[in-house]
Write a protein that binds this ligand. Structure first.
Ligand code: ATP
Ligand code: MN
Length: 431
């Protein structure tokens, strides 16, 4: 029996030619295994890299029935190698199988055989040994770190708002309902009302968290559970928060481009830093562009996916789509002071894809009550939210950005299911 104490001496990335002759203890997964005459060659992978292990028959015979992707501990000496892909190799003096992987596996984790995304998602943990998948999630990790870094530099405070809520915060549609000790509760679709309230004490807040949308959408950009990056700031208006968003996106691209060089290579997508400033076109400009292409819309009509795809043909990168009709916007959005039919609002687009929505918020509670009533919502149901507006509510603005959608742009793919561990959509509740 082998002892449970693992005693790993090195990660694979820390082994190099300069260490020839040194004894090491490694741990990892058998990625590949070839027998050639009296020798067996194993490629061993840990979270940091891959190396080659050489085993003579008498070492190998202790683990004769070993399968690919089994977990092993190897003790051996670093030596020079003839292999093209490695700078050195390990001549094993001992090998122990710590966990045996079944054969055959449900997917080929090396990715030599392409697996359908559904099969990969059904075996997601195993899929994480595919270096392309692992690279996507390493990039996701760096994107989150970079977002937090930029918010920190801009003096934003990270908050965590409730995900179980007692009333429909922005109207009833799209909410998952659940039983809460006999009371009706919902899963939050956004932190909108809470983050606005927090500006009265903390001024600048942000949240990065899962939110829930009960929409039966079957697209590459909709999830039932997605990660929203939200901010709200006192004494800012919609152009100020567009600047914050532009800085955040640019910093994120720079950070990933500098810190994820190997990952970009593995996924085969080289990041290009977008030019600034991002273009700004108004909703009315967009209607004109559509009219020129014989798509006749009236002021006040919503822009559907088909319309955004046409606009996206002329605007292929990042751009802001601003000044939407007030009637298309939620009750908390501020109207333009000179033209009340227009709102101080925007979407950040990448081509046809909406990445973020935001705007200047109303901070006068009487105006909010009027807007609620206009939209057929009962102001009395918002009394707990509205009381904060009597406690010195500063002018404020903010936005929400879909993390998974942003990641599809950074990674250069078109399905949000690739960039979230265990996607939830109308068909997928497991694993
Ligand atoms: P869409 O019209 O594309 O469904 P939306 O306008 O309903 O999006 P918002 O309420 O404005 O979405 O949410 C802010 C951002 O959150 C969106 O711009 C998007 O990036 C992201 N988001 C919203 N819903 C989803 C979803 N179901 N799946 C993934 N991301 C989402
Ligand atoms: Mn939106």
């Amino acid at each position: 029996m082998i002892s449970m104490k693992f005693n790993r001496s090195h990660y694979i990335e820390n082994i190099n030619k300069g260490m020839i002759g040194q004894e090491v203890i490694l741990g990892g997964w058998v990625e590949d295994l070839r027998k050639m005459g009296k020798m067996t060659f194993i490629t061993l992978r840990d979270a940091t890299g891959i190396t080659q292990i050489i085993l003579t028959d008498d070492v190998m015979k202790s683990i004769d029935d070993i399968t690919r992707q089994s977990v092993v501990r190897v003790t051996g000496k670093i030596q020079d190698t003839k292999a093209r892909d490695f700078e050195c190799e390990i001549k094993a003096s001992e090998i122990n199988v710590l966990a045996r992987a079944v054969h055959p596996l449900p997917i080929d984790p090396i990715g030599r055989l392409e697996s359908h995304i559904d099969n990969r998602l059904n075996s997601r943990a195993l899929d994480m040994r595919n270096q392309k998948t692992a690279s996507i999630f390493k990039i996701r990790h760096h994107v989150l770190a970079s977002l937090r870094q930029t918010f920190l530099e801009k003096k934003f405070i990270e908050i965590t708002t409730p995900k179980i809520i007692g009333s429909a915060s922005e109207g009833g549609a799209n909410l998952f309902a659940l039983d809460y000790f006999g009371k009706q509760a919902y899963l939050a679709q956004s932190p909108q009302l809470y983050k606005e309230q927090m500006t009265i004490g903390l001024e600048r807040v942000f949240e990065i968290a899962s939110f829930y949308r009960a929409e039966k959408s079957h697209t590459g950009r909709h999830l039932s559970e997605f990660t929203s990056v939200d901010m709200e700031a006192a004494f800012m208006d919609y152009s100020d928060v567009m600047d914050v968003l532009e800085d955040l996106v640019l910093n994120t691209f720079k950070h990933v481009s500098e810190n994820c060089k190997d990952e970009q290579e593995i996924i085969g997508n080289q990041i290009t830093i977008p030019d600034r400033p991002f273009e700004k076109i108004t909703y009315s400009d967009a209607l004109d562009e559509l009219n020129k292409k014989d798509v006749k819309l009236e002021f006040g009509d919503d822009l559907l996916d088909s319309h955004l795809r046409i606009i996206g043909e002329n605007h292929t990168g990042f751009y802001f789509l601003t000044d939407w009709p007030i009637k298309l916007k939620p009750f908390y959005i501020m109207e333009n002071q000179d033209k009340p039919e227009i709102s101080e609002s925007f979407d950040l687009q990448f081509g046809y894809l909406e990445l973020s929505s935001g705007g200047t918020r109303l901070h006068n509670p009487e105006k909010i009550k009027n807007r609620l009533a206009e939209q057929g919502l009962d102001p009395a149901k918002f009394s707990e939210h509205l009381q904060a507006f009597d406690w010195g509510m500063p002018p404020h603005a903010g936005w929400g950005l879909g993390l998974e959608r942003l990641l599809t742009i950074i990674i250069g793919i078109d399905n949000v299911r690739e960039v979230i561990l265990y996607p939830r959509d109308p068909e997928r509740l497991k694993p």
